[in-house]
Design a protein around this ligand. Structure first.
Ligand code: NAG
Ligand code: NAG
Length: 275
């Protein structure tokens, strides 16, 4: 007879061969499967069809003020071939999921237990749309539209965002814009100085970001120091000009007082993304 131990050994061998398959290999295999029936056979055991947003092992984007968890082709192979994805977010008091777009998906966004202030700006010519989303309501963000969401309450709020694509992508507007070549950013901003451009780029905090002054004051909070590791890395094509303040090593760049530094963290010279 089979001992329960040998069954356990067989099971764990099967499990570890499943669990050890690199995710990209599994996604590749699913993409080669000719039919949905084959994909269902590839996705075994059954738990491969579930994703736990409360205990994720991947897909986490963490800022000081909260975090989001994404289930898409990078984290959850079961979506391959099915054209859907989902992000669940946990926004701390006043937290903002900073302005971003999803280049390949429309989003519907459901507020579970907090009141969210949402704004949406679609293509050139479109008017600005703003809404309050109380618990139990949802809104639509058209594919490619810039949007943001802020938790206007003083407790953690949870939202569920569903996408009509399995690889919706995220493009964070501030980080992407300030990742362009400095002379292009300067000109786009009407000739703003290079030090100002670099100072502004250096201040952009990692998403999820701390919220508005009004909300922080109402909730009795002070704006925390926020890391800025999500900035676009510099290569030769978008390098800061040499000899400017921000291109110096962090230790020797104490003064980076761009416009607007008065409004924030008291830590203007954190240049960790240069590392
Ligand atoms: C969904 O909406 C909430 C609040 O309106 C917002 O914080 C969140 O960023 C939105 N989710 C996504 C993925 O855009
Ligand atoms: C909303 O739900 C999340 C997740 O369960 C929880 O962490 C948070 O405390 C809840 N907030 C409120 C206001 O109930």
């Amino acid at each position: 007879m089979f001992s329960s131990l040998s069954i356990a050994v067989v099971l764990s061998t099967v499990l570890s061969s499943v669990l050890c398959t690199p995710l990209s290999d599994q996604v590749a295999a699913l993409r080669l499967d000719p039919t949905q029936v084959d994909r269902i056979n590839t996705l075994s055991p059954d738990t491969q069809y579930t994703f736990d947003f409360f205990h994720p092992t991947a897909g986490i984007v963490q800022g000081v003020a909260g975090h989001t968890v994404a289930a898409d082709t990078a984290t959850f192979p079961a979506v391959v071939g099915n054209g859907v994805g989902m992000t669940v977010g946990f926004l701390g008091p006043c937290a903002i999921n900073s302005p971003h777009t999803h280049p390949r998906a429309t989003e519907i966004n459901f507020s579970v237990n907090g009141t969210l202030r949402t704004g949406m700006l679609a293509e050139n010519g479109a008017r600005f749309v703003v809404n309050e989303l109380p618990p139990g309501s949802m809104t639509v963000f058209p594919q490619g539209a810039i949007h943001f969401e802020m938790n206007t309450g003083c407790e953690v709020a949870m939202f569920v965002a569903a996408f009509n694509a399995e690889d919706p992508g995220v493009l964070q507007v501030a980080q992407r814009f300030f990742g362009l070549p400095v002379d292009i950013v300067q000109a786009t901003l009407g000739g703003l100085g290079v030090v100002e451009v670099e100072g502004l780029a250096d201040m952009i905090p990692d998403n999820v970001v701390a919220g508005t002054d009004e909300c922080l004051a109402r909730c009795g909070l002070t704006r925390p120091v926020q890391p800025n590791l999500q900035q676009q890395p510099r290569v030769s094509g978008n390098a800061f000009p040499t000899g400017t303040v921000a291109s110096a090593p962090p230790a020797s760049s104490p003064v980076k007082s761009a416009k607007g530094s008065k409004s924030t963290t008291g830590s203007p010279a954190h240049a960790s993304h240069h590392a």
